[in-house]
Design a protein. Sequence first.
Length: 160
Amino acid sequence: PPLGRPGGNFPERLSRVSRIPGWAERVTDPGPARSHLAELVRAATHRYASHGHGDEIMLVHAATAPNAVLRTLPALPRHLWAPSLHAAWTASAAVTAMYAPDGPVPYRAPGRITPEEVFDRALAHGDEHVIKFTDTALDVGGEEALAAALRAIELSEPMG
């Protein structure tokens, strides 16, 4: 759930997170951990399209952190897959709660832009958060993910 009292720095906000829903804790077998991580990345990426204005930088981590775990999963021993899902879920849910805006805003469909063009825009933008979020959005694929990447480009201050 969102924080009742927004504001403050990261440690202050984190101290106000009273609970994290236990969705990921139900997964104890390594088999479904990969698909649950992919679903978490997809949901967090899509949510950014309408909620990224809560904090344009911090909320990219709700998607990019679990995507980093998803990408490294094959290198981990299988007995660490479920605990890795739990850690990624906890981080993503906490950041989502800590930086939730008052409400969603409509997002614009990306139109006829290709994923490559979106990534080129992210590279031209230059912010590392925008670039890694766009990379995550391209992993997710689809119109809503592209809209989320374009939203990150729009919301974040360009480098240089």
